[in-house]
Design a binder for this molecule. Structure first.
Ligand SMILES: *Cc1c(COP(=O)(O)O)cnc(C)c1O
Length: 392
């Protein structure tokens, strides 16, 4: 860890003398704050984003977390919100008005596409999806009314990557605001603001909190953009994070670099097993040399997380479901980034009432590697293959 990272995680935003020299960050569980005088009140009201007036605005525990979040992403400032979906929505909405046009990489996180496909069109805002690895296609999608370029690199299923520096350059050249979802890589492994991106958002529910017990999001950007978002989208839509959740996130964040290091090592061990086992026909992972965008991944990420997408030689949907049922340590769940390893088998998404089958093969499963021992997890894969009758 760098000296700076040490100070961000263990000192930034903390001021122990203000709370009885308590070591742990205090949970200031108060919706409201008092003033000693009318003159103090007036002073606070002139800068609601940095004063403590009311909990929908700025709470001291949440403020401590925002300072750490901004420092991690090397941006001037950050706003914490109630979910990653809220972070993306506020970031995009802050940069558009009726009649504007958004450019977004194809197949982003499902609720990012819901925002762009279902919600914003109500206000006359249109979207073009582009192939994120085709810079010409991205630049050709820019129209006179385009204002935003939305990236997600890597995404959380196929790990498709964009050339972040080149995309930031295109955005700047055409006066677009560039926004990236950096949830997968975390600021430990990828720092998009330093590569020219304007707004970095996170699902803090994933690695940053890292303990599967909080849903939260973060928006990191310049002083100017964060102030704009604070006084417009944030105060009007009201997605404030609770002080107790903020304290949990600060606690989770302290171990972020240690967890990411461990998760990366275990992911490597599991990938080595998968690639040597004929029951897996393919394995996707950005830092695997066979990954189609391996060189690009290496050029802009300093490490890689614990999501692995593998194709398994199951004979049919039922057998894939039996495999997932038989796993004991890879638990069946959506989401990722917590201490427990998970599997999301695509086969489980087939045959749902009232929903079309996915356009991804039922042989595919996404694994999220947690903090358990690699050997223990590999044994689990072996016994579940045997139980489901999937043979070498
Ligand atoms: C989970 C996720 C989100 C949404 O975050 P929530 O905290 O669940 O709202 C956004 N982007 C990516 C890549 C995610 O995995």
């Amino acid at each position: 860890m760098s000296d700076r990272l040490n100070s961000i995680l263990f000192e930034e935003g903390e001021d122990h003398k203000r709370y009885f020299n308590a070591v742990a960050p205090p949970i200031i569980q108060s919706s409201n704050f008092l003033f000693d005088s009318v003159s103090d009140f007036k002073k606070a009201m002139s800068s609601e984003d940095t004063s403590h007036i009311y909990g929908r605005g700025n709470n001291p525990t949440v403020e401590m977390l925002s300072k750490k979040m901004a420092a991690l992403e090397k941006t001037d400032a950050a706003i914490m919100v109630g979910s990653g979906a809220s972070a993306m929505s506020l970031a995009v909405m802050s940069q558009v008005k009726s009649g504007d046009h958004v450019i977004c990489v194809r197949s982003p996180y499902s609720w990012t596409s819901a925002l762009l496909d279902n919600y914003l069109p109500r206000f006359g805002i249109t979207c073009t999806y582009v192939n994120g690895d085709d810079l010409v296609e991205i630049e050709n999608a820019v129209h006179a009314n385009s204002t935003v370029l939305v990236l997600e690199s890597p995404n959380s299923l196929t790990f498709a990557i964009q050339d972040i520096r080149a995309c930031a350059h295109i955005a700047r050249k055409h006066g677009l605001t560039s926004i990236i979802d950096n949830s997968y890589a975390t600021p430990i492994f990828q720092q998009p603001a330093a590569m020219g991106i304007d707004i970095v958002i996170h699902s803090v529910s994933k690695y940053i909190n890292g303990h599967s017990d909080v849903v939260s999001g973060a928006i990191c950007s310049s002083e100017k953009i964060i102030r704009q978002i604070f006084y417009n989208e944030y105060m009007t839509l009201g997605p404030a994070v609770s002080p107790s959740d903020a304290a949990l996130i600060i606690r989770g964040m302290r171990t972020l670099p240690i967890r990411m290091k461990r998760i990366q090592e275990t992911a490597r061990q599991i990938i080595a097993f998968m690639k040597g086992d004929s029951r897996f026909s393919s394995v996707l992972y950005p830092f695997d040399p066979d990954f189609p965008q391996y060189d690009l991944a290496r050029s802009q990420m300093t490490g890689c997380g614990g999501l692995i997408t593998a194709t398994i030689n199951g004979e049919n949907i039922e057998q894939m479901n039996s495999f997932a049922d038989a796993l004991k340590h890879f638990k069946l769940a959506v989401s990722w980034g917590g201490p427990e390893s998970l599997i999301l088998p695509i086969s489980a998404l087939y045959g749902q009432q009232g929903r079309p089958d996915p356009d991804i093969s039922w042989r595919v499963a996404r694994f999220s590697v947690g903090l358990e021992d690699g050997d223990w997890l590999i044994d689990d894969l072996g016994q579940a293959f045997d139980a489901a009758g999937i043979a070498v």
